[in-house]
Design a protein around this ligand. Structure first.
Ligand SMILES: [Fe+2]
Length: 448
């Protein structure tokens, strides 16, 4: 009898302990889930903010030395000095205006420095508390990049690189909200009410610490392509509109800049795009603000974003409505969010013009190098013209009125460039006329 009673007590204790364990597990799961903002998943008409190629560079990685200034001069119009001030301003703006989510389409760090990732994660922290998830995918500069550098004591030294695990952990929001992850890359998929967002890792990187430069080109592994296809197939069954977010481009936005920029196996992806009726891809890498409609498949559009750390500090606003998608890019002026100390810095005080001048200079330097070889008169004026064109083109401000176009085309320097340096003349043409989608700053795409 006693034995029987002890046995019953033993069973009751086991059941009680198990129940306690399950309740505790559920409570922990609940706690974990509150750390991941889930509002977006059920939001009606969600708005995502897209920034690309922000190339964040941690404050502690550089000093104002000659070595750093030489390195800075090779940044092709990017600001790499004030990325923390500008990203902090961006976060303040997001906390005020509350988008449903933020998307980073790669090259989140300058050259894959672990310290840059750590500081960026700190800056993004208030977003989590405010329920704004960050969806990031790596770019070709982010993972195991042999160029990861620190400037100290007038020297340039190597610094810790970002591993795939570091990236996944730093940008855990997206992975935690995803219903499926690719086992062969850092790709994942997130379902909204009417949409399936595919965040795709299109980069080629080593599987350990690297001593070489990052690989510019990108491609999906065979297994990743299989995962993408099965996700698109499922989206079709679930009647969810798929959108691709990735670093490399699927379409050639500039015929001269395709190698390394258009994905190596873009043709394979574009056939999936057609088969599964994907209406939109949002990409980066080329640092160009551009909207393009596929010539082979007019139902497919690709938006490439300019680099967030170049002129305009541009933010793409992507609204996902029931029957259409609306996109509009905004030139963000971070000065509204700078503190008084930052505004004492003359460069930050005039930040938008400081960045614009950087882009003009890139165009001018390129033109000057070519014009010097051609021994042309009036080289300085011609270089200025190319500098202005460079700024218009990369920021997507290349939809001009007929009067503005005439003014440029009637300039004697325009005729001179056309006759003597067709290559530079073409860059002017690209900056005043886009024969694909002329408006590179906004679009509304109706869904079938
Ligand atoms: Fe980039």
């Amino acid at each position: 009898m006693i034995k029987k009673r002890s046995f019953i007590i033993f069973i009751i204790s086991i059941v009680f302990m198990s129940a306690l364990f399950i309740i505790n597990q559920q409570r922990m799961k609940g706690q974990a889930s509150t750390q991941v903002p889930k509002q977006l998943l059920t939001a009606a008409d969600p708005e995502l903010w897209v920034i690309s190629d922000n190339h964040f560079y941690a404050d502690e990685l550089f000093e104002d030395s000659e070595k750093f200034r030489q390195f800075e001069a090779t940044s092709v119009g990017k600001d790499i000095r004030y990325t923390s001030q500008v990203l902090t301003a961006f976060v303040k703006k997001a906390l005020k205006e509350k988008p449903d989510g933020i998307v980073l389409t790669g090259d989140t760090t300058l050259n894959g420095e672990k310290q840059s990732l750590e500081q960026m994660t700190e800056i993004f922290k208030p977003l989590k508390a405010a329920g704004i998830p960050v969806f990031a995918i790596p770019g070709n500069h982010d993972i195991y990049n042999g160029w990861a550098r620190k400037f100290t004591n007038q020297q340039q030294i190597t610094t810790h690189q970002i591993s795939p695990g570091d990236f996944r952990l730093a940008f855990s929001d997206g992975y935690n909200l995803s219903h499926s992850e690719d086992k062969h890359s850092l790709s994942y998929a997130v379902d909204l009410e009417n949409y399936r967002l595919l965040f795709l890792d299109s980069n080629i990187y080593a599987d350990r610490f690297s001593k070489i430069e990052p690989i510019t080109s990108g491609e999906f592994k065979e297994k990743t392509l299989e995962w993408i296809e099965s996700s698109l197939k499922e989206a079709k069954v679930l009647k969810k509109t798929p959108i691709l977010f990735m670093h490399h481009n699927l379409l050639a936005h500039n015929e001269k800049v395709t190698k390394g920029f258009v994905l190596n196996n873009a043709t394979r992806v574009l056939s999936l795009v057609k088969q599964y009726e994907v209406p939109l891809a949002v990409t980066g890498h080329i640092h160009l603000q551009n909207i393009m409609q596929s010539r082979d498949n007019p139902n497919f559009y690709e938006i490439t974003s300019s680099s967030f750390s170049t002129a305009g500090n541009q933010i793409g606003h992507l609204q996902l409505l029931n029957n259409q998608m609306k996109y509009e890019v905004e030139a963000f002026d971070p000065r509204e969010y700078f503190d008084s100390l930052a505004l004492e810095n003359p460069y930050l005080k005039e930040y938008p013009s400081y960045l614009e001048e950087k882009y003009r200079q890139v165009g001018k330097d390129l033109a000057t190098n070519i014009l010097v070889q051609s021994d042309i008169e009036n080289a300085e004026k011609l270089a200025d013209m190319v500098g202005e064109a460079n700024l218009r083109y990369f920021t997507g401000n290349n939809q001009l009125t007929e009067a503005e176009k005439d003014q440029i085309r009637n300039d004697p320097n325009y005729a001179m460039l056309k006759k003597s340096v067709p290559r530079l003349w073409q860059s002017i043409e690209h900056s005043i006329e886009d024969t694909n989608i002329p408006n590179n700053r906004s679009i509304t795409i109706d869904l079938p």
